[in-house]
Design a protein around this ligand. Structure first.
Ligand code: SF4
Length: 371
């Protein structure tokens, strides 16, 4: 796995096509390439751009798949949605904190994000769910900062301490193009919520440059339905966590986020309405659907039985559910006795048995955790 820093990002753009993209304003570039409706493969005289387009070098429509954002880009709706989301940053309500910060005036919200986009790294990721990884990896872009702020966060340096660099939305579009060029199967946006305006505007630019990969919205699950509705037709794969069933637990371990269970349930229903059940294509790759992650925590903190019960009752039984065993007490977890250890084999086996008993049939099950 190769992670890229900002310096490496600039260096990686030194190929003929990408250096042109970096050195010239994107709007000028889009005009030069005639982006904004025409298929990149039809643009004459720009062979490099033809190489960039397509999934791993194959024609974008080889699987009969076209991501939803392409049509929205062509109609101008994608840009309009990005601008609508951007306006919301004026008194920010992008996430359930609804802290009302005027990010457009340069202030930082509870999540510590301002109007400036910050990204920690971007690279092919081979540790995500198999239908996202394939042979070329999931094109993962780690966003800096977070509105949920769990005490056991495994990415605490990025989410809590702000490790990352500032980029423009044009840079983000180029990252997406780079990940497509090197053969990744999707654009996997990790912790995207507070940067949803930047993401949508970057997608609009990237779509004009030939991006054709499905977009994965890799979120903590704590989302506002009103904001998700603005992503309808843009996101191809929702990859949310369902972390807690009990609001006391979410309040205790995620910075007073007592609304987590209810808001996440509402969010999951909306995500399912938009993209439906996740089913891989013939080549084994996922291109659309809802993929839920549930991290089993020690001592029943995550309410695993109830979480699985809710899914079985409220979503189709073949909803994709990844029951995750890798809980590790990182960051401040050692200060909380109930979550200061890994889970036992029995706790994980109980979770799997429960899911099967409930009739959930599309389970992603991992090897036994260390006891
Ligand atoms: S995204 Fe950040 S600034 Fe916006 S409401 Fe959430 S915490 Fe506040």
């Amino acid at each position: 796995m190769t992670k890229k820093t900002r310096r490496e990002f600039i260096r990686s753009c030194s190929s003929a096509a990408l250096s042109m993209l970096v050195l010239r304003p994107l709007h000028a570039l889009a005009a030069a390439f005639g982006a904004g409706g025409r298929s990149p493969g039809t643009i004459s005289g720009h062979a490099n751009i033809q190489v960039i387009s397509g999934e791993g070098g194959r024609p974008p429509t080889a699987s009969g798949f076209e991501p939803g954002y392409i049509g929205l880009h062509r109609s101008g709706e994608l840009k309009a949605r990005g601008e609508e989301l951007r306006e919301i940053m004026r008194s920010c309500r992008l996430c359930p904190r609804e802290c009302g910060t005027d990010r457009l005036d340069g202030a930082e919200g509870f999540c510590r994000a301002s109007s400036k986009l910050e990204i920690s790294s971007y690279h092919p990721h081979f540790g995500e769910e198999r239908p996202l990884v394939g042979k070329g990896g999931s094109g993962t872009i780690f966003m800096t900062n977070c509105g949920l702020r769990c005490v056991f966060c495994i990415n605490w340096e990025i989410s809590h301490e702000g490790r990352g660099d500032r980029y423009s939305t044009s840079d983000l579009a180029l990252m997406m193009m780079h990940l497509q060029k090197i053969g990744c199967h999707n654009i996997n946006l990790v912790t995207p919520t507070h940067y949803s305006p930047h993401i949508v505007l970057a997608l609009d630019t990237a779509a004009g440059l030939g991006l054709r990969l499905p977009v994965v919205y890799n979120t903590c699950g704590w989302e506002r339905v009103e904001i998700l509705k603005k992503l309808d037709g843009i996101v191809d794969i929702y990859l949310p966590d369902f972390k807690y069933f009990d609001s006391e637990m979410s309040a205790k371990y995620s910075a007073s986020a007592a609304t987590y269970p209810k808001m996440t349930m509402d969010a999951l229903l909306e995500m399912h309405r938009q993209v439906g059940v996740a089913r891989p294509s013939e080549d084994g790759l996922m291109r659309r659907g809802l993929m839920i992650r549930h991290l089993v925590m020690p001592n029943g903190v995550s309410g695993t039985g109830k979480v699985l019960g809710w899914i079985a009752e409220n979503l189709p039984k073949d909803t994709y559910v990844n029951i995750m065993s890798q809980y590790t007490p990182t960051y401040k977890a050692a200060e909380y006795p109930a979550i200061s250890r890994r889970i036992t084999r029995e706790e994980y086996a109980d979770a799997v048995a429960r899911a099967r008993k409930l009739g959930l049939s599309n389970l992603d099950i991992q090897g036994s955790p260390p006891g």
